[in-house]
Design a protein around this ligand. Structure first.
Ligand SMILES: [Zn+2]
Ligand SMILES: [Zn+2]
Length: 463
């Protein structure tokens, strides 16, 4: 059907919403409204051919019209779809270009945040649109395939009409992704949070809520990571428990004051390390949560100020902005090992690297592999036991050798001094021309003393 059928009486396009009529006397299509008018006066002649009126509902034409509506829906959705996607893509590109241009010109953190908000806004719109269109499309496709059978059409005529109506509404209120202009991006990114808040308008509240989203995201990501990291250490501690055999109770004193004496035992070192880490993670976790709570309270107070139009001045905006920006920069800082621990670090390098937050963060996005990883770390620890023993023995032998060398050097320096003393005495007692031998001895003694003391100083300094 190339042209839309038009009612031969009122000249209006025949629509899908009700079955049209056909004048069988003269084979003309008329709309359902005109058809129903004529059925009320069956004795009147046909208005088109003036013969005796004869008309019936044209089911076939109705089906054709409905089918045509259905056929048009999919391409229309697709073209709109494409348009939205293109605009979305272009907008993201524009935002990215703006970011690259301005990165070195504007305050980095503020720019970073505003860009994130802009991108998120685009993504939210797009996700909203895609969800909307997908829900409709699934329902529509399923129905459009079935309606081709005349039997299904007869039984589900009302649903088919409802679906077309639904589509018309959907199309009217669908989400449009508008193209962002560069000026708009610039305007948005130049608005500082402080200025926006000081305006105390609904607009500033929206800005603040955008930031709240960022804060939320940032919190969730970090909190999730910290929880996982904590979980990991709890598992490690649990699995190390058989190795510890309930020895070396770790007192809070040990953790806060840090160790004063060197750790003489591998397992004790591990135990203290685990406790220190666990305590640190817990502190950070609590801190993160409390800061978030505090910021939320500030935002709520601000919201109340706007809602009730009151000037409480409870909130200092600079402070809010500072807190928000600071929070958005939060990153977990791993526990620092104290000097005694660093000395032992050498033997546990592998273990400590594997347990470091940096490594952990790169490895994990999901929770389920943590147990496997904890097991891997422990297996690694056990299999490296011999290696650690050898390293320790080597270090001890080295230390012993150092002590010997220092002892020898002292003895040698002592001998050289005596040699020089005796040679001097000899030089004085020597007859004329017999001085050559003691002089050579003095020279040798001085050179020997010089070399030995140099090496002695070096070995003392290096231990
Ligand atoms: Zn009509
Ligand atoms: Zn007629």
């Amino acid at each position: 059907m190339n042209t839309d059928p038009v009612c031969e009486i009122c000249r209006i396009k025949i629509t899908y919403d009700k079955a049209p009529f056909k004048l069988t006397c003269c084979n003309k299509n008329i709309c359902w409204k005109c058809g129903e008018e004529l059925t009320k006066k069956p004795r009147d002649p046909c208005p088109k051919c003036i013969k005796n009126l004869s008309l019936e509902k044209d089911i076939k034409l109705h089906q054709k019209i409905i089918q045509k509506e259905f056929d048009e829906i999919e391409p229309k959705i697709n073209s709109h779809h494409l348009n939205n996607f293109k605009n979305h893509q272009k907008n993201l590109e524009k935002i990215h270009n703006y970011y690259t241009q301005q990165r070195d010109l504007q305050d980095f953190n503020t720019l970073n945040n505003t860009i994130r908000i802009l991108r998120k806004d685009q993504d939210i719109k797009m996700t909203g649109y895609v969800n909307q269109v997908c829900t409709f499309q699934t329902k529509f496709r399923d129905f459009a395939n079935k309606i081709k059978s005349p039997e299904f059409y007869h039984n589900n005529l009302d649903e088919a009409i409802d679906l077309i109506n639904e589509y018309k509404i959907f199309f009217k209120f669908k989400i449009e992704i508008d193209a962002l202009s560069s000026t708009k991006i610039d305007e948005f990114c130049q608005t500082s949070l402080t200025n926006a808040l000081n305006e105390k308008s609904l607009e500033s509240l929206k800005f603040l809520l955008d930031y709240k989203d960022l804060i939320n995201e940032h919190f969730t990501r970090n909190y999730f990571l910290l929880n996982n990291y904590q979980e990991f250490f709890k598992l490690l501690k649990e699995n190390f428990e058989p190795v510890f055999e309930n020895k070396w109770p770790v007192t809070p004193d040990m953790l806060t004051k840090r160790l004063k004496s060197k750790i003489e035992n591998d397992e004790k070192f591990i135990k203290i390390l685990l406790e220190v880490k666990l305590m640190h993670i817990e502190t950070e976790r609590t801190k993160l949560f409390n800061v978030l709570k505090h910021i939320y309270e500030l935002i709520d107070t601000f919201y109340e100020e706007i809602r009730d139009l009151k000037e409480t001045n409870q909130v200092k905006y600079d402070e809010v902005v500072f807190k928000i920006e600071h929070f958005l920069k939060y990153e977990f800082i791993d526990v620092e090992l104290n000097s005694e621990m660093l000395e032992d670090f050498f033997y546990f390098e592998n273990l400590i690297q594997k347990c470091s937050f940096k490594n952990f963060k790169n490895l994990f996005s999901d929770k389920f592999k943590i147990a496997d990883y904890a097991q891997e770390v422990i297996n690694d620890y056990v299999s490296n036991k011999d290696k650690r023993k050898t390293l320790r023995t080597l270090k001890k032998t080295g230390e012993l050798m150092d002590t010997f060398t220092i002892g020898f050097d002292i003895a040698k320096m002592f001998s050289y001094t005596i040699l020089i003393g005796i040679s001097f005495a000899n030089l004085k007692a020597c007859p004329y021309k017999g001085f050559l031998l003691p002089l050579t001895m003095i020279l040798l003694g001085v050179i020997g003393l010089l070399f030995t003391s140099t090496r002695f100083t070096i070995s003392i300094l290096s231990t």
